[in-house]
Design a protein around this ligand. Structure first.
Ligand SMILES: [Zn+2]
Ligand SMILES: [Zn+2]
Length: 242
């Protein structure tokens, strides 16, 4: 199959690699239909991850159709359309049982090595899923592949941030930085907050933030703090997310 591998700093290659083979009863093989690039991919791309194994297949955000599952998989079956969890987790260690799956003692990040044990990712025609019942989530029919791929990381990261910021009904929320995660934070916070103020310096991002219902503040042409103060009667925002 073909896979996008990182061969050295700034050196990506679409390469022929062996098809994934299941080695454990909890495994599954997924045929990828949609995948995304993350800001986190730039860290190994620039050569900044100690111990990175050159040749690792990139990608932790992907949607696909399940091709095969091991005998120990009960929630996922061949033919299911699913989204990845970005990271694997065991479900039974201390961190997993305290709701901190990204700190799982056995964690790995798809499309990463060095910082975690190597786990080839989803920027490929197929990907091996270690713990299918936990690493995959079945997508409802009405969610497109393109919408579903946001659940892998970008939307869920933003949602977690909004939850942890304890946004309350009627709060003013200022979101500083309107890249993909910032925009998803706006989308999520808008469901609860009274107002969301979007701060960035890139016009296209601010346009998108405005379309999502936020008040845009261009920090390259105005003092962002002064703008937030003015919008809130001199009190400032109840919640600021960066
Ligand atoms: Zn990501
Ligand atoms: Zn765990």
């Amino acid at each position: 199959m073909r896979a996008l591998r990182l061969m050295g700093p700034n050196e990506l290659k679409v390469d022929e690699v062996p098809d994934p083979k299941m080695a454990d009863s909890k495994n599954a093989v997924l045929e990828v239909t949609k995948t995304a690039i993350c800001g986190a991919d730039l860290i190994p791309y620039w050569g900044y991850v100690p111990g990175w194994e050159w040749g690792t297949t990139m990608g932790h955000e992907f949607v696909g159709i399940v091709k095969d599952v091991g005998s120990g998989v009960s929630l996922i079956k061949p033919g299911d359309r699913v989204v990845s969890s970005s990271m694997t987790s065991c479900g039974v260690c201390w961190a997993c049982r305290h709701g901190m799956q990204p700190q799982c003692e056995k964690r790995a990040l798809f499309g990463f090595s060095g910082a975690y044990p190597r786990l080839d990712g989803g920027q490929a025609e197929m990907v091996l899923i270690p713990n299918a019942d936990r690493d995959l989530w079945v997508l409802p029919a009405e969610i497109s592949d393109e919408a579903g791929v946001f659940v892998a990381d970008i939307l869920s990261t933003a949602y977690r941030g909004v939850k942890r910021a304890h946004v309350k009904l009627g709060d003013t929320v200022a979101v500083v930085g309107c890249g993909p995660v910032g925009l998803m934070s706006i989308l999520t916070a808008r469901l609860i907050a009274g107002r969301v103020i979007a701060v960035d310096t890139v016009p296209a991002r601010l346009e998108q933030a405005k379309a999502m219902g936020a008040i845009p503040v261009d920090a390259s042409t105005q003092d962002a703090v002064a703008a937030v103060m003015e919008l809130t009667g001199g009190r400032g925002a109840e919640v600021v997310m960066e």
